[in-house]
Design a protein around this ligand. Structure first.
Ligand SMILES: Cc1ncc(COP(=O)(O)O)c(C=O)c1O
Length: 432
């Protein structure tokens, strides 16, 4: 049976499929389907394969550990790959405070646990998250409740757990307050301080705010630096923790190891996953020692969290990121992407906005630049045309009208250029 047919017959419908192709293997930034067709990968499996597919050094690290020990449960015995990785993460985490680490399996679990830490340690009941955010669909708890996009993630599941409040994200292209940045004077933050805090949840009842410095699924929306700085001051003044969701934006993607490093603040807790082990299931919560030390023994963990093979690969990922200066390379790739997208913006009215940070660049497509009517159908047509021409792209955004570029950070420059050419050809064909 054709693998796509088998999928529709045996795999539940609730798991969506972006691209109807069956991929057999990958090599750095190229993917090959079961019919031998070649694709340039601008998805990295949603920001995961930052060091490319089938990276030989990572294969070796996995193989070596696989032969020694592939599971023992970190709550049963101690093992070196977990503690070695914890040490490395604590040392590369942003800011000068000492850090401690918890390892889990997925981004959703990292989020759940980051919020559990914040609640347990502060003894406060509420969490504040952002509209248009995505923190995971993997569990029926905080990850989903703090996700600020209703369809498709929350469809049929609500009401979700109480105690999570959503506030507007500084999405300046579509400001919910109809203002212009920076003349707005950060009206959205003003709303949080002066209205939300008095009408919805008083600050002394809030354990943490959870924020993506660059919203991923939300469409690569970058928070203004002064917003983040002022937010942190407000949180500190009210003893509220800041949880930085680096699941998608971390691991060199934005041109620095952590996205938050662009913003000049030190978060209290970081949740990270995706590229940490380049695709083996692994995630981490990295928190300030003073916070993580006050968690209650036995209330965190799990059978699989911090699998030894995944940890060994992640240790190698850290080493390669530093040795090959991958974040710097991401910044350079990002400049190439940005320049090219801005040239496209000049040529095609369909592009309403170009934005992003480092190698996390996107275009938002609109039917009319003035009304900003989302061009969701056109977005899908561009993506489908690009696939036919051998480029895999991802869609994002609250209106599904954003094309985000997420190539491996090790992509060869000629493949990056070829991918951008295909994107432009596809846009041209859709508008003509
Ligand atoms: C910012 C962010 N947080 C959390 C998650 C959830 O991660 P996972 O799918 O591994 O549960 C994602 C996944 O896309 C994400 O982009």
């Amino acid at each position: 049976m054709d693998p796509l047919e088998a999928r529709s017959k045996y795999v539940m419908k609730g798991v969506a499929l972006y691209h109807p192709v069956t991929i057999e293997r990958g090599a750095n930034a190229k993917l090959y389907d079961v019919n031998g067709k070649e694709y340039i990968d601008f998805t990295s499996g949603i920001g995961v394969a930052n060091l490319g597919h089938a990276n030989p050094e990572l294969i070796k690290a996995a193989e070596e550990q696989l032969k020694k020990l592939w599971h023992m449960c970190f709550m049963v015995v101690n093992y070196k790959p977990y503690v070695e990785l914890a040490e490395r993460l604590a040392k590369i985490a942003p800011g000068s405070s000492e850090k401690m680490v918890l390892l889990q399996n997925s981004g959703s679990e990292a989020i759940e646990n980051a919020i559990k830490v914040a609640k347990q340690v502060t003894g406060r009941p509420y969490v504040v998250a952002y509209e248009n955010s995505f923190h995971g669909r993997g569990t029926y708890g905080y990850a989903l409740a703090s996700t600020g996009k209703y369809k498709p993630y929350k469809t049929g599941f609500d009401p979700l757990i109480p105690g999570v409040e959503l506030i507007p994200y500084p999405y300046c292209y579509r400001c919910p307050f109809k203002q212009e940045y920076p003349s707005c004077g950060l009206a959205c933050l003003d709303y949080v301080k002066n209205w939300f805090s008095h009408t919805r949840v008083p600050p002394e009842r809030v354990a943490a705010f959870i924020i993506e410095m660059v919203q991923g699924e939300g469409g690569f929306v970058v928070a203004p630096r002064d917003y983040v700085k002022e937010l942190k001051s407000f949180l500190e003044a009210n003893s509220i923790l800041l949880i930085d969701d680096e699941v998608q934006a971390g691991w060199g993607r934005t041109g620095k190891m952590w996205a938050v490093e662009h913003f000049g603040i030190e978060p209290d807790i970081i949740a990270t996953a995706k590229a940490i082990a380049n695709g083996l299931p692994l995630s981490a919560v990295i928190g300030k020692r003073e916070i993580m030390e006050n968690t209650s023994p036995g209330s965190f963990g799990g059978t699989y969290g911090g699998n030894p093979v995944a940890c060994s690969v992640a240790i190698k990922v850290v080493e390669i990121m530093q040795r090959d200066r991958i974040p710097e390379r991401a910044a350079k790739l990002g400049d190439i992407m940005r320049k090219r997208l801005e040239e496209m913006f000049e040529k095609y009215e369909l592009i309403g906005d170009v934005r992003g940070l480092g190698a996390m660049q996107a275009i938002e497509l609109v039917r009319d630049r003035r009304s900003k009517e989302p061009a969701a159908d056109e977005t899908m047509r561009v993506i489908n045309k690009a696939r036919e021409k051998g480029l895999l792209l991802l869609r994002a955004g609250v209106y599904l009208n954003v094309i985000r570029l997420h190539p491996p950070l090790t992509i060869e420059e000629d493949n990056l250029m070829r991918g951008l050419d295909i994107l432009e050809e596809s846009i041209r064909e859709v508008v003509s």
